[in-house]
Design a protein. Structure first.
Lengths: 795, 482
């Protein structure tokens, strides 16, 4: 029985296909391999020199081929032709078997089991993404698999039969127009449709051999091990690994589509990854990746940008039967026609392309209401200004484009002029404090505390209040202080610095020495915030962690001045009563988070897990865990955390806002603050608990590492893990800490078993806070630095 | 100690090994579906006389004995399943979601009683033959048995489309069998945990009650049997490709295979000209011999309803109203699901309006007038931009104005039952005795009464009235506080 292995790629992926072919034929020298090229063979490539047959997609005989090549982007198109390739192979050799492998697959062993299943009658063989639930809070999770498809279509094996022919006909008919990624609409390229396959083909084998299609989505249930008798995946020998999302030039990243594993955390799979990357490099991946896509341009060379394909899809929901020349001829009218779905076009004409771009971008949808005349006008202006630069559209498609230059898709860099900021030494030695001084929020409180600290150190402070959108402003209309000050202290974050400066009158900022107070929760400071530093002389930060992040990005002086830690007296009994804890001996452990301020960062799931491990029978241990939280429940993770909490004994949930005294009582009522966070800019909750003499158990990384030591608390060991896009703002390429939950559990047990030790640490914590973080201490620290500035700038 | 918790612990089941080694068949329904359950149980008794049958009642009832007698099987109240957040789920979910959400917990309940296998059947199923193929699959080592909605493609034109089936679940969860094995239990626990807060209809998020999760059963549960026997689970979604024919002996066949069970989803006794309210593909004329099955089921259902009335069993859904008798509007459930995390609560904690979360101040508001804004009021405010423009409820004074506006006029515009407005808000207009405030409240009330006559006015006037309510009144109300 003939079995043909095949893959599909465009020319830029040729090194992947060659690596796949080389690994396959090394494992199984008799394997027959065909490459279907979703592209045109480049002029400078002699296809006959390749060690395998290459079939151009246009030779597959798809009647609406040109339509598909135009309708889909490169990724969609590559997947859309898959059923047609199967059909082509079965037509060529009726009754044969065909095995599809994604080009980013690396074979380590012959795919011998397939033959056995086929011989037993299987007609279709698919591999599930995972054989065990993905519900540990990382991406991808169960729901993502449910949205994108149960089976990974990087692999599929079929025997030519009546039922598989029926399946292929059905699959192919959908691939003509519905091979797109639209998760809310229930579509995900070719893959989601194959959820149906076991319903349509009786002889479907759902292959559970762990050596097949091992990849980032199933490493949690199958460890890759290098053993004497070769590579293993779990208990099975590894047959092929699927390096989806490989980043050849970043040694830290295992796959860019996920955040469960770093290269380092992937175990022996890392070594395999290195072997794979070396193989790619040996096939000259650097050069090939730049080879242009034949279906990426019109016949006249005009680029086809993604939004343009979407316009085409919207105008032609059904496939067009036309040849390549017709469909790929650049036709500006297609895009410049006024959008049919916007009836009212008065004020400014909104073309189909403009409307499509607006639909694609949430920021534009929020900024411009196209149902209103002024919204349309302003959007048209924006489009004329920015569309060429930001999207790389040809100027013919941008009405009133300001610049005839053709962008390449990348935003045009504007040369930035660093403003010179002279300081007027004749101004009086005082500080003008700009911040949310009257806002009832964490940021407002921090600003007020900082003001108090400066005043306590005897520094004259002039207040300048700014109002925060969406927050309560405290009553009492103390007017802002007039008068001059030599130092302008901006207690607003980097992203708000420029806006705040703009809003200030010239006399309050010109000639001043400008200090910004910046906070940030990850190791690398967002690059597009840094330009704000050009308008400042110096930057103050609350922790060494933030200092390192900011220093990496700017040459301006960075000064470490922590938040003053201020606590108001609370009533322990009242706090415990509000939690329903009656026994004064009960150990109350609290973890505090806001679902908006990134539940992943605060890691309450880690706190629950630590509590579970520490006290298998919490009733007997006389311990409770309190989840103190607020914010919306619109994330899966938030709901999952609370569902978990609800199923556990002795876990108390307080999902509500505590104000003033309630919060003080609550903080006083607890015994241990548990914070297995992944990152903190400073860690004010932890610091406040310590200032009250509570035991803090927290990840020993990031902002709180400045004040937590073995002598005053229990810092936790950790590993660093990469973040996935979407984990956090500006997460790309960043890492954060994964605390050791076993150690957290041990710390909790110790806290329960040894109250004396707990109190000793609490006392020491209180001392640390009093010595180094009180209003006075911070005031003195600030004063010293301000005195230096005054001395240096006097005229 | 909290009650026995079926999701996490291995604690001995209160009913012990009552089903040791048995294959148990069960259904789940609220009181309104008891007639369907009666027909199902009767058909099971006929076809499989020795099989233990159970009915899980997702409802409250005074006299379980009478219900058991009516339905013809042992009845287990939902609250006895050992779900830690049972009443929370009863409020979080509407009746359909709630009934499906109990399914995995029910499986675990029977596993704790040491049933060898458990098979779920929707109450609107009628059995015509024993489930021989299911037993055979279990015998052969299957740990799960599920049936696909369709075994042949449909189209993308009629309802339900192929895409709709892909979005709601490949397999129909009106039927499922799971074996009480280590892997069977562990899969069911995973499924049951999803039910605590994510058993809703949210197609955009890829969620459809309990059913969509089972797309993953063939992945997560080894030896899942995908049963494609055309006589199983015959229903509107597959009738286009399944021909029902009457055989010589009076029994029915489907595409040549014997009919095992029909699933009369969406069948309404009073609507004789349609097959199901959920579809538009197959007409009664297409049914051929099968028409008799539908006619017969509708007649049986009518009779069963009458018998239920005769037995003196009332059908109202206990989790459909508050303890005061006030119906729970869908909006209240939505607000609850959005604002309240899953929690262990008692019936009164959620269904007593006084004690429950609906009269508490909304979370996320952080000032002294928080008590005036109920979660429902906050939710409306979040969803209506014009309200956000009119009132900044994060400011205590404006929150008070919003509460006053809401209690005087706003709640009618959105049909919010008065029970969802805090008492303090009702009291507001009596608090301030200044002349100006009394004038403002008077004006509000006058305008409100004027609305009764709005049908008399032409459209432009009515539109102007809406504008006044949305733009002018808020400012009027805000002046009261100033």
């Amino acid at each position: 029985m003939t079995t043909v292995y095949f893959s599909i790629c465009s020319a830029n992926y040729m090194p992947y296909a060659r690596t796949l072919h080389a690994s396959l034929t090394q494992a199984d020298p008799d394997a027959e391999f065909i490459l279907f090229l979703a592209d045109v063979i480049p002029d400078d490539l002699d296809a006959s020199s390749l060690p395998f047959e290459v079939v151009e997609a246009m030779d597959l005989g798809i009647d609406t081929f040109a339509d598909m090549a135009f309708r889909y982007d490169i990724m969609e198109f590559n997947t859309a032709i898959k059923p047609f390739c199967f059909q082509h192979l079965f037509d060529r050799t009726p009754g044969s078997r065909a095995v599809y492998l994604d080009p980013d697959i690396y074979v380590t062993k012959p795919l011998a089991e397939l033959g056995q299943f086929f011989d037993q009658g299987a007609e279709l063989i698919l591999t599930p993404h995972a054989l065990a639930p993905l519900d540990d809070g990382y991406d991808p999770d169960d729901r993502r698999i449910m949205q994108t498809g149960s089976y990974n279509l990087g692999f599929a094996a079929m025997a030519d039969s009546y039922e598989t022919r029926g399946l292929l006909d059905w699959w192919a008919s959908h691939m003509r127009t519905r091979c797109i990624s639209n998760l809310p609409g229930g579509l995900f390229v070719d893959q989601k449709f194959m959820d149906m396959a076991p319903a349509f083909v009786e002889q479907t084998e759902i292959l559970r051999h762990k050596g097949y299609n091992a990849a980032y989505w199933n490493l949690h249930e199958r460890e890759i091990i290098k053993s004497e008798d070769g590579w293993k995946a779990g208990d099975d020998p590894l047959v092929f690994f699927h390096f989806s999302g490989v980043e050849r030039n970043d040694p830290e990243v295992f796959s860019r589509h996920q955040n469960r594993f770093s290269a380092e955390g992937a175990g022996d799979a890392r070594e395999l990854l290195e072997i794979y990357k070396a193989a790619l490099a040996s096939h000259d991946e650097d050069a090939w990746r730049k080879v242009p896509y034949a279906y990426g341009t019109h016949t006249d060379g005009t680029r086809i940008v993604d939004a343009m394909r979407r316009v085409y899809r919207r105008v032609w929901p059904e496939p067009l039967h036309a040849d390549l020349d017709t469909i790929f001829t650049f036709n500006p009218v297609l895009y410049n026609h006024p959008s049919e779905e916007l009836k009212d076009q008065s004020g400014a004409r909104i073309t189909r392309l403009m409307h499509e771009v607006w639909r694609m971008r949430a920021d534009l949808r929020a900024a411009f209401a196209l149902t209103r005349e002024d919204g349309r006008k302003r959007y048209a202006e924006w489009f004329a200004q920015s569309a060429v630069a930001q999207h790389g559209f040809p100027t013919e498609l941008v009405p009133g484009a300001v610049d005839a230059q053709r962008g390449e898709g990348a935003p045009v860099e504007q040369p930035v002029k660093t403003p010179s900021l002279p300081v007027d030494g004749s101004l009086p030695e005082a500080v003008r404090m700009v911040g949310y001084l009257k806002t009832e929020s964490g940021l407002g409180e921090a600003a007020r505390n900082k003001e108090a600290a400066l005043r306590a150190a005897g520094i004259p402070v002039l207040r300048r209040t700014i109002r925060a959108e969406g927050f309560v402003n405290l009553e009492g209309e103390d007017a802002d202080d007039r008068g001059d000050a030599r130092i302008l202290y901006l207690h607003v974050n980097a992203d708000r610095t420029l806006g705040t400066l703009e809003a200030l009158p010239a006399k309050e900022k010109d000639g001043c020495y400008r200090i910004g107070y910046w906070a940030w929760e990850l190791r690398t400071f967002p690059a597009n915030w840094v330009s704000a530093a050009d308008n400042l002389h110096e930057i103050w930060v609350p922790s060494q962690f933030v200092a390192d992040a900011v220093r990496e990005r700017t040459d301006k002086p960075v000064q470490l001045i922590p938040h003053p830690v201020v606590v108001t007296p609370g009533n322990r009994e009242a706090g415990r009563q509000a939690l329903g804890v009656e026994d004064p001996e009960t150990l109350v452990i609290a973890t505090i988070f806001d679902t908006r301020s990134f539940i992943k960062r605060k890691n309450p799931a880690g706190a629950i897990e630590a509590f579970r491990r520490a006290f298998p029978d919490p009733e007997a241990a006389n311990a409770v865990l309190v989840l103190k939280s607020h914010g919306p429940l619109d994330s899966d993770l938030a709901r999952q955390v609370f569902a978990e909490a609800a199923t556990m004994p002795n876990v108390i949930v307080r999902h509500q806002v505590f104000t003033g005294q309630d919060m003080a009582d609550f903080q006083e009522g607890i015994d241990v603050l548990l914070s297995p966070h992944r990152a903190e800019g400073f860690g004010l909750n932890i610091a406040q608990a310590m200032a009250r003499g509570k035991l803090a158990i927290a990840t020993g990384w990031s902002g709180n590492a400045d004040f937590m030591t073995e002598a005053n608390s229990m810092p936790l060991r950790y590993d660093l893990r990469p973040l996935a896009p979407g984990d956090y703002p500006f997460a790309e390429g960043q890492s954060w800490a994964e605390p050791d939950i076993t150690q957290a559990a041990e710390c909790l047990q110790r806290a329960a078993a040894d109250p004396a030790h707990r109190q000793r640490l609490g006392k020491a914590a209180q001392q640390t806070m009093e010595d180094d973080f009180s209003i006075e201490a911070i005031g003195e620290r600030s004063r010293r630095r301000l005195a230096e500035i005054f001395a240096a700038t006097v005229s | 100690m909290p009650m026995h918790d079926i999701l996490t612990t291995e604690a001995p089941h209160p009913a012990g090994a009552a089903l040791r080694g048995e294959r148990v068949l069960f259904t789940i329904c609220s009181k309104n579906y008891l007639p369907q359950a009666r027909i199902l149980v009767r058909s099971v008794r006929e076809q499989m006389p020795d099989a233990p049958v159970r009915v899980i009642l997702s409802d409250e009832a005074e006299d379980l004995g009478r219900i058991a007698e009516y339905v013809g099987a042992e009845v287990i109240p939902g609250r006895a399943l050992g779900l830690p957040t049972y009443y929370d789920m009863a409020m979080r979910y509407d009746i359909v979601e709630f009934n499906t959400a109990l399914k995995p917990a029910a499986f675990l309940h029977f596993f704790a009683q040491e049933a060898r296998t458990a098979v779920y059947l929707d109450p609107d199923i009628e059995l015509f033959r024993p489930l021989t193929e299911v037993d055979a699959a279990f015998e052969a080592g299957a740990q799960g048995v599920i049936t696909p909605h369709i075994c042949e493609p449909l189209d993308m034109v009629h309802n339900p489309t192929e895409l709709k089936i892909m979005r709601t679940g490949i397999y129909n969860l009106g039927f499922a069998g799971i074996a009480n094995t280590e892997e069977g239990v562990s899969f069911t626990r995973w499924w049951a945990r999803k039910m605590l807060s994510d058993c809703r209809v949210d197609l955009d998020a890829g969620i459809f009650v309990d059913q969509k999760y089972v797309d993953l059963m063939p992945s997560y549960l080894p030896r899942t049997k995908i049963l494609r026997h055309r006589g199983y689970n015959v229903a509107y979604w597959n009738l286009a490709n399944r021909a029902l024919t009457r055989e010589g002996d009076g029994s029915f066949a489907v595409n040549g295979q014997p009919l095992v069970f029909m699933h009369f989803s969406g069948v309404r006794p009073e609507k004789e000209d349609i097959i199901s309210v959920h579809q538009d593909r197959v007409s009664v004329d297409d049914l051929g011999d099968g028409k008799a099955l539908f006619d017969n089921y509708r007649a049986e259902l009518k009779r069963a309803r009458e018998e239920m009335a005769e037995a003196g069993i009332e059908k109202s859904y206990a989790y459909g109203s508050f303890t005061t008798g006030e119906a729970i509007p869908p909006l209240a459930r939505q607000v609850y699901a959005k604002a309240i995390p899953p929690m262990r609560v008692s019936f009164d904690d959620v269904f007593d309006l006084e004690k429950g979360p609906f009269n508490q101040g909304a979370t996320g508001i952080n000032h002294r007038n928080q008590r005036l804004i109920s979660p429902v009021m906050a939710d409306l405010w979040m969803r209506k931009p014009y309200l956000q423009v009119a009132f900044n409820i994060r400011d205590p004074e404006e929150a008070k104005a919003y509460a006053l506006w809401f209690a005087e006029t706003g709640f009618r515009e959105w049909n919010i039952p008065p029970a969802f407005i805090p008492k303090e808000a009702w009291e507001l207009n009596r608090q301030r005795k200044t002349f100006r405030s009394r004038m403002a409240v008077f004006a509000l009330q006058a305008l409100e009464r004027g609305k009764w006559f709005k049908f008399m006015y032409p459209k432009p006037v009515r539109r102007a009235a809406v504008r006044i309510n949305r733009k002018v009144l808020p400012h009027l109300v805000k002046r009261i506080g100033s």
